[in-house]
Design a binder for this molecule. Structure first.
Ligand SMILES: *Cc1c(COP(=O)(O)O)cnc(C)c1O
Length: 361
């Protein structure tokens, strides 16, 4: 029968698997599976949404000028080089849609975020996986993987789900080696959590083919609202704006994101809470025999003996209503990714892991 056919690559997409959010029969669920801010959204953002309720009959602005100006102020960036999207996922989508097509290659790394592969396939391009070294993005292997067909390279720094961070020297070396026809995308979803890191903004400013993406979903506690942004050379912004829907961000989303980024005291407080709780979480896991790499993000990748032990620990946690993330789909079947919660959340988590580990060996 003659059927409508999707574009090449679409049916090869494996659907994105989000973090679990409920457990049957458990009321007091602790969700540490999606790297959300455990403290909730910024109160200023909640108020801003309430304040927009009477304006919902109006279309939002198409140029996001106020939000871009606020982002520019806080990060000391030129607002004309900023584009806002429905999460940074949408910026990733725009990049693939605008710069990659059939026959083109999109490089991502072994344990890299799954949206890179999904968006490449959605554009009918070919995702190319480059190995990492000890759960760390390996710049030399990426450079060796570049071909005439490469159009985009995606790395997250700090990376998800590993939490590992590569120093600015390595990022710069990669940017230096990327040919002019290739765009290097620095996904900074967790950039704020890495002390002293600007997400690669200075590299973007100095070059014609480096883009940085950022999000309101993690540190800013607004994952449910869907707002992210990109910072890029003006020529790339001009391209991305052509594929962006004119009203991609709603009135409440624009208002809340602007309020959130302007509340620098809130973000400073969240960063401090995260750093303290993260160090404690790593130490408490190590004390019960569960190692993890140093994390520069708001989660920890706990390593178990093998994938059976990781699965069994996940089951044990689930039974107590604690949700963490299995990462077998990221090539890390012996690991569980655990979002840093409030101190009491981390205690509940590590008590449960300790109890599980006592039953092992
Ligand atoms: C969470 C995350 C994102 C972005 O998510 P949005 O909610 O779409 O902004 C992007 N990259 C990585 C690596 C992430 O973990």
């Amino acid at each position: 029968m003659n059927m409508p056919k999707p574009q090449p690559g679409i049916m090869d997409i494996n659907l994105y698997v989000g973090g679990a959010s409920h457990v049957d029969g458990v009321a007091d669920v602790l969700k540490l599976s999606s790297n959300e801010n455990p403290w909730g959204p910024p109160p200023a953002a909640v108020q801003a949404i309430k304040d927009t309720a009477g304006d919902l009959h109006r279309y939002p602005s198409t140029d996001h000028a106020d939000l871009r100006a606020a982002i520019g102020r806080v990060h000391d960036l030129d607002p004309d080089h900023i584009i806002c999207g429905v999460g940074s996922d949408e910026i990733i989508t725009f990049l693939c849609q605008a710069y990659a097509g059939p026959g083109d290659e999109v490089i991502y790394t072994e344990h890299g975020f799954s949206m890179y592969k999904i968006s490449a396939r959605a554009a009918s391009a070919t995702p190319v996986c480059v190995e990492e070294t000890d759960r760390r993005v390996d710049v030399d292997k990426i450079i060796a993987g570049i071909t005439d067909r490469t159009r985009l390279i995606f790395i997250a720094n700090p990376a998800n789900p590993t939490g590992t961070f590569i120093p600015m020297d390595d990022v710069t070396r990669l940017a230096d080696a990327v040919p002019a026809h290739v765009i290097l995308v620095l996904d900074g979803a967790y950039a704020e959590f890495a002390d002293g890191y600007d997400g690669g903004a200075a590299l973007v400013r100095d070059r014609s083919n480096v883009v940085m993406t950022r999000t309101f979903s993690k540190l800013y506690g607004l994952g449910g609202l869907r707002v992210g942004w990109g910072y890029a050379p003006r020529a790339i912004i001009d391209v991305l704006n052509r594929v962006r829907g004119p009203f991609n961000l709603s009135v409440p989303a624009l208002a809340a994101a602007q309020a959130a980024i302007s509340d620098t005291a809130f973000t400073a407080h969240m960063l401090a809470e995260n750093a303290t709780a993260r160090d404690q979480l790593r130490a408490d896991l190590a004390a019960c025999g569960v190692p993890s790499d140093v994390s520069d993000a708001n989660f920890v990748l706990a390593r178990f003996k093998d994938h059976q032990q990781a699965d069994a620990c996940n089951d044990h946690l689930m039974a107590q209503g604690i949700l963490v993330r299995k990462v077998g789909g990221y090539g890390l079947p012996n690991c569980l990714r655990m979002t840093v919660g409030r101190p009491q959340d981390c205690k509940r988590l590590t008590d449960a892991v300790a109890q599980f580990m006592e039953g092992q060996s």
